[in-house]
Design a protein around this ligand. Structure first.
Ligand SMILES: *[C@@H]1O[C@H](CO)[C@@H](O)[C@H](O)[C@H]1NC(C)=O
Ligand SMILES: *[C@@H]1O[C@H](CO)[C@@H](O)[C@H](O)[C@H]1NC(C)=O
Ligand SMILES: *[C@@H]1O[C@H](CO)[C@@H](O)[C@H](O)[C@H]1NC(C)=O
Length: 377
């Protein structure tokens, strides 16, 4: 009886939810501030729900400078009340004092194995080190502790692979239900979108799809085809849409969209398009499907990392609703988003965004926003 009641309660909200989206930011918080804990700069935020429904945030803690090179910690904070309060920051990795340390990264939750996997790269820029390695750490206790790092280059081969930044995914539908899919990009010359796949809950990884830049492995010019940082999203038909940074502004100052119909094995040229509505200054953006609605977050501007904007699409990204929502008008950079897919009506209402936010520069803070999708009504 109770279940039936819940079902009746849930049904009307679900069916008309899409047309009534009118977001309101409920909970704004600074998770990390550059300069604190003797860390020069926090960048590259990641956010996910854990298997037990807790929120887990990560960021690179760049020890001595704001640059992409240099030595770093991986910082994490965890919330057991859906973002209202957070644990103090702790460091789960420390790369010492190397010149070209670790870079984040993709976080992927395996709902079947109930594990959280974080994939990152070390020595990506080959600056006073060689080769670049793809690394993985895993938590089996909902993000409270982490195992020792595994070198995935032993399995996938040595390549310059920078995962994400953002979330990987576990296939929920056929083909290849339960497969873990993590996508990222290569070096500036050998750039493109590359995916790695695991069919046994992260024990073994293989190389999957490659969408190479043109001309591949050669210096790039402005307007060359240079797909870069990317966010994969599983669609309701089981295909994977990858929303990609258009590094050299090929064709437009907007996002490249690629699609895989074989669970990350290939990214056919026929299925690539440019989303002119998603104007972009060449940045890592966030994308996600929730209850049949596609969401997208980026600094919506052709030339500057400002104006962090949430958009939503009721037709799988073919077009975007007119009433885009501005999360932050000022400097804003990389972002990542998540939501909780439970059977609760409450969880249908919220999405959670983490992003680089500042008053003058994007790298002043890593900030969090809980967004009520129907709160602005
Ligand atoms: C990872 O494995 C590759 C391939 O054997 C090796 O070349 C590289 O040095 C290893 N990286 C680390 C950080 O151990
Ligand atoms: C999976 O990787 C392990 C080493 O981590 C190796 O011993 C094993 O043979 C691999 N299994 C498959 C199916 O490739
Ligand atoms: C912010 O983004 C919205 C949506 O793309 C756009 O209409 C608006 O002009 C942008 N504002 C600025 C200052 O770029």
């Amino acid at each position: 009886m109770a279940a039936l009641f819940l079902l009746l309660l849930a049904a009307p909200l679900f069916s008309c939810a899409a047309v009534k989206i009118n977001p309101l930011v409920l909970d704004k918080q600074v998770l990390w501030e550059s300069g604190e804990e003797s860390v020069s700069t926090y960048r590259i935020p990641l956010l996910t729900f854990t298997p037990k429904g807790n929120l887990l945030a990560f960021a690179e803690a760049r020890k001595a400078s704001a640059g992409d090179y240099g030595s770093k910690f991986i910082a994490t904070r965890r919330s057991t009340d859906k973002g209202a309060t957070w644990s103090t920051s702790s460091f789960i990795r420390d790369d010492g004092s190397v010149l070209d340390g670790l870079n984040l990264g993709s976080v992927v939750v395996d709902e079947k194995a109930r594990t959280i996997i974080l994939i990152y790269t070390v020595c990506f820029h080959l600056y006073h080190c060689s080769p670049a390695s793809t690394m993985m750490v895993e938590s089996k206790d909902d993000g409270l502790s982490w195992g020792s790092p595994k070198n995935l280059s032993l399995q996938i081969g040595v390549m310059n692979f920078a995962p994400g930044p953002g979330t990987g995914l576990q296939k929920r539908r056929e083909p290849n239900k339960d497969r873990l899919v993590v996508c990222g990009h290569g070096t500036i010359e050998g750039d493109g979108v590359f995916c790695i796949l695991s069919d046994n809950h992260g024990k073994n990884w293989t190389k999957g799809a490659a969408l190479r830049s043109i001309p591949f492995n050669q210096p790039k010019k402005p307007q060359d085809f240079n797909p870069d940082e990317c966010q994969p999203v599983e669609m309701e038909d089981g295909s994977i849409v990858i929303n990609v940074r258009n590094q050299n502004n090929y064709h437009c100052r907007c996002r490249i969209v690629a699609r895989s119909h074989d669970a990350g094995m290939t990214l056919p040229i026929d299925d690539i398009h440019f989303d002119y509505e998603l104007v972009d200054p060449a940045v890592a953006a966030a994308a996600m499907m929730k209850d049949g609605v596609m969401f997208f977050v980026n600094p919506s501007s052709e030339h500057h990392r400002v104006n962090l904007t949430l958009r939503w699409s009721l037709n799988n990204g073919k077009s975007w609703e007119r009433n885009a929502f501005q999360i932050w008008h000022g400097p804003s950079g990389y972002s990542c988003m998540t939501s909780l897919d439970s059977n609760s009506v409450e969880d249908q209402k919220y999405i959670y965004v983490i992003y680089e936010k500042g008053q003058k520069d994007i790298d002043e803070t890593i900030s969090f926003a809980k967004i009520h999708l129907y709160g602005g009504l």
